[in-house]
Design a protein around this ligand. Structure first.
Ligand code: SF4
Length: 424
C-alpha cells in the first residue's frame, strides 16, 4: 500500500438529509480505500478517483485545518478547548456565551463520501482522530459508517462527544458467512468483529446500527444471510438495520464485481448478466428481469424482518444544539412517510415529491414552528396532500399516521412475500 499526502483545496460537502443519513455535512480526509470491497461504488469513474484506488491511499494532510477554518468562518467557537488564544482563556465566565452566537449546529458525517475513514492507514496517520478532536472541541455531533473495528481505538473521544451531544457509529455488514465476506470485503474487519464493535459501543451508550448495504442478489439476500444479519444485529443491541440493494455502474465498478463473481460464484454469474445487463448508468438492475426471475426485493424482506424483531429501518434523527426541534421532527416524519410510501404502497409521484419538498422546507425554515399556532403552520404547507400529516403531527408532536403507515407497510410486505413464495 502506498500512502501519499497532499494539500486539499476543499474538504466539506453539504448534503440534504434522508433516511440514509441525517448528517448535513460530509467530509473525508482520505481518497482510496484499502478495504478493497469488490462491489465498491467508489471505484466507479464518476467519482474521479485514481485507478489504484485500493493500493494508493491519498491523505488530505490539511483536513483538520480546513475543518477548523470552516467552523470558525461560520461563527462557531471551540468551547471545549482548554487553550483558545482568546479572551475566554482569561475570563472563563465568557466561555458558555461564546458558543451561543452561532446559528444551529449539524451532524458531521466523518467519512461521508466513498472511503472508509477507519481503514488501516488511519492506524498510523490518525487523521480521523484529529477531526474527531475538533468535533469535540467545537461540541459538534458526529456520524460514522465504517467496516472497521479500529473505531474502538477512539472510544474515549466518542464517549466524551456522546456525553456532550451525540455520536452515531454505524457499521456496514453485508455477509454473515465469513468466507463469503472475505471474498467481497477482503481487507475489512470480519463481520463478527463489526458486530462485536456494535455491542461494545452500545454498552457505552453510543448509538449504533447496521447498514446492510449492498445486499448482493443470490448471495446476500438469501433467507439464511438476511436472518443471520437481522438476528445478530438485534442480539448485539443495534438500534436499526438500514437495508438497500446492489447497484453496479458500468465500468470499473461492474467489471471488478463480475470478475470476482466469475472466479468464486461461476454458477451465479449468468444470473447477474441478465439482471444487470441493462447498462443503466446508475447501475440499477433491470426491474423487468427481476420480476421475471421471481425475486423479492431485499428491502422488502428486510423491512419485514426488522418490524418483527422490533428493529428500526433507519436511525432516529438527532436534533443538534441551536436547531428547532419541532421543525426537524416534522421533517423526519415526512421523510419516513415518503420512504415507506415509495417502497410499499401505490403512491403517486406527485405525493412523493410533495412529501420530500415539504420535509426539506421545514429543515431550512428559519422560524421555530414550536412557537407558532396551527393556523400559521398550516398556511406554510403549499401542497394540500401533505396537510393531514402535518395536522396529525401538530396534535401531539408524534405521528399516529406514520405508525399506521408502518403497520400497513408490514401487512403489505407480509402478503407480498407469502404470495411470491407460493408463485415461484
Ligand atoms: S469500505 Fe467502503 S469505500 Fe472502502 S472499499 Fe469498501 S465499499 Fe469502498
Amino acid at each position: 500500500m502506498i500512502v501519499e499526502e497532499y494539500e486539499a483545496k476543499s474538504l466539506i460537502r453539504k448534503s440534504r438529509t434522508s433516511l440514509f443519513s441525517w448528517s448535513e455535512m460530509y467530509l473525508n480526509p482520505y481518497q482510496g480505500c484499502y478495504h478493497d470491497c469488490k462491489y465498491c461504488d467508489g471505484k466507479s469513474e464518476g467519482y474521479y478517483m485514481h485507478d489504484d484506488f485500493a493500493n494508493r491511499i491519498r491523505v488530505k494532510k490539511n483536513a483538520p485545518q480546513l475543518l477548523e477554518e470552516y467552523l470558525k468562518k461560520n461563527g462557531f467557537f471551540p468551547i471545549n478547548r482548554k487553550k483558545t488564544n482568546s479572551l475566554v482563556d482569561y475570563f472563563p465566565d465568557l466561555r458558555e456565551s461564546a458558543d451561543t452566537k452561532h446559528k444551529g449546529k449539524f451532524v458531521i458525517f466523518i467519512g461521508g463520501g466513498v472511503c472508509d475513514v477507519y481503514q488501516p492507514v488511519e492506524k498510523e496517520v490518525k487523521m480521523t482522530r484529529k477531526l474527531l478532536e475538533i468535533a469535540y472541541d467545537y461540541k459538534f455531533p458526529v456520524f460514522f459508517l465504517t467496516k472497521s473495528d479500529l473505531i474502538l481505538r477512539d472510544l474515549d473521544l466518542l464517549k466524551k462527544i456522546n456525553e456532550d451531544s451525540y455520536v452515531s457509529a454505524c457499521f456496514t455488514i453485508t455477509l454473515a458467512d465469513e468466507k463469503k465476506q472475505e471474498i467481497f470485503e477482503p481487507n475489512a474487519s470480519t463481520s463478527q468483529e463489526r458486530f462485536e464493535a456494535i455491542e461494545k459501543l452500545r454498552e457505552e451508550g453510543i448509538h449504533s446500527g447496521v447498514y446492510f448495504y449492498p445486499t448482493l442478489p443470490f448471495i446476500g439476500d438469501t433467507d439464511e444471510n438476511m436472518n443471520a444479519i437481522y438476528r445478530t444485529a438485534k442480539e448485539v443491541g443495534a438500534e436499526f438495520v438500514y437495508c438497500f440493494g446492489l447497484t453496479l455502474k458500468p465500468g470499473r465498478n461492474k467489471n471488478e464485481f463480475m470478475q470476482t463473481l466469475s472466479e468464486h460464484f461461476p454458477d451465479i454469474y449468468p444470473k447477474y448478466e441478465v439482471l444487470y445487463g441493462n447498462k443503466d448508468k446508475y447501475g440499477n438492475l433491470d426491474r423487468e428481469k427481476f420480476k421475471e426471475m421471481g425475486l423479492i426485493w431485499s428491502e422488502t424482506k428486510g423491512y419485514k424482518l426488522g418490524y418483527e424483531l422490533g428493529l428500526g429501518y433507519s436511525s432516529e434523527r438527532y436534533v443538534p444544539e441551536g436547531r428547532f426541534e419541532k421543525n426537524l421532527r416534522l421533517s423526519e416524519i415526512l421523510h419516513r412517510i415518503q420512504y415507506l410510501k415509495n417502497f410499499y404502497t401505490k403512491t403517486s409521484r406527485i405525493e412523493l415529491n410533495a412529501l420530500n419538498d415539504t420535509a426539506q422546507f421545514f429543515i431550512s425554515y428559519q422560524n421555530d414552528i414550536g412557537k407558532m399556532d396551527e393556523e400559521e403552520i398550516v398556511k406554510l404547507v403549499e401542497k394540500p396532500v401533505i396537510l393531514p400529516y402535518v395536522t396529525d403531527f401538530l396534535k401531539t408532536g408524534e405521528s399516529e399516521l406514520l405508525k399506521e403507515i408502518e403497520k400497513k407497510a408490514y401487512d403489505s410486505v407480509y402478503r407480498y412475500i407469502a404470495e411470491r413464495k407460493q408463485e415461484f
